[in-house]
Design a protein around this ligand. Structure first.
Ligand code: NAP
Length: 263
């Protein structure tokens, strides 16, 4: 069971730790390799995958570029416009997106509920999250630093572009920007704008406890950190590659160890 991840750079990926723990827990012999792949080397790399890999993950900056190079793309990945998981089915490379359903699983697991969601950001992560929430029946609002990108996202999925202050009326606020990444002092939302109740989700997982989540918790909201989506997109990818149920406990423990958070 040879697996891997294509991206550029990929050196800091947590997926090898998570997926190798999953293989070990299921008693499967195999490995998960880091395959640093600059965009111009993607087509060649996919031929290598076709010959010697059961499947791969795809990450920044290749999630969109990989689509036209595959033999098939699952309708959900096509609708999102991004592939994060490729399965090798007897030499045919099929693209899937497990980010969107993985995000929903992390919400379910945490008991998140409500009607109106505000997504902060308009990049690749925001796209998967907005698509997932819309499909799950939420009314989805979007806010982004660069308004034209928020408008493009809103047009694609039938969402509403709102000012940051709309957060006060949301049941769920999702940080899908990179604000807070490696910077514990940064936050995408002033603390005064958190709603009086509801939930906050941060996709940033370095650090796990961001200022955004700390301030949301202090405001009385339920919180979900970035480990949830990372875990569940990986669990769903593992199931596509192996046909076995993902050992979620072992995968979560491996991620927490890799993040220095303890199991
Ligand atoms: P991306 O495509 O580069 O998008 C970055 C987004 O952040 C854009 O909307 C950008 O706004 C916004 N942004 C960046 N700096 C900002 C600032 N100083 N102030 C306000 N907005 C700012 O990145 P991505 O792939 O969507 O990833 C976003 C974050 O999600 C990253 O931290 C990534 O690690 C995390 N992520 C986590 C998971 C997970 O499994 N937990 C999965 C995917 C991504 P502009 O449009 O104005 O530039």
């Amino acid at each position: 069971m040879v697996l891997g991840i294509l991206g550029h750079p990929v050196a800091h990926s947590l997926s090898p730790a998570m997926q190798e723990a999953a293989l070990a827990a299921r008693g499967l012999t195999g490995s998960y390799r880091l395959l640093d792949t600059p965009p111009e080397a993607l087509a060649r790399r996919l031929e290598e995958v076709r010959r010697g890999y059961r499947g791969v993950n795809v990450t920044v900056p290749l999630k969109e570029a990989v689509l036209p190079l595959l033999d098939g793309v699952h309708p959900e990945a096509r609708a999102i416009g991004a592939v994060n998981t490729v399965v090798n089915r007897g030499g045919r490379l099929i693209g899937h997106n497990t980010d969107a359903p993985g995000f929903l699983r992390s919400l379910e697991e945490a008991g998140v509920r409500g009607r109106r969601a505000l997504v902060l950001g308009a990049g690749g992560a925001a796209r998967a999250v907005a698509y997932a929430l819309k499909g799950a029946g939420w009314e989805v609002w979007v806010h982004n630093r660069t308004r034209s990108r928020a408008e493009a996202l809103a047009r694609a999925f039938g969402l509403e572009v709102v000012p940051l202050e709309a957060a006060r009326q949301a049941d769920l606020v999702v940080n899908a920007t990179s604000v807070g990444l490696d910077d514990p002092a940064a936050t995408p939302l002033p603390a005064a704008l958190f709603p009086p109740r509801g939930f906050a989700v941060d996709l940033v997982y370095r650090p796990l406890l961001t200022r955004f989540l700390a301030e949301a918790a202090a405001a009385g909201l339920g919180t979900v950190d970035g480990l949830g989506m990372l875990l569940w997109q990986g669990a769903l990818a593992f199931e596509l590659w192996t046909g076995e149920r993902a050992p979620v406990g072992a995968m979560r423990a491996a991620l927490r160890r890799a993040l220095g958070a303890g199991a």
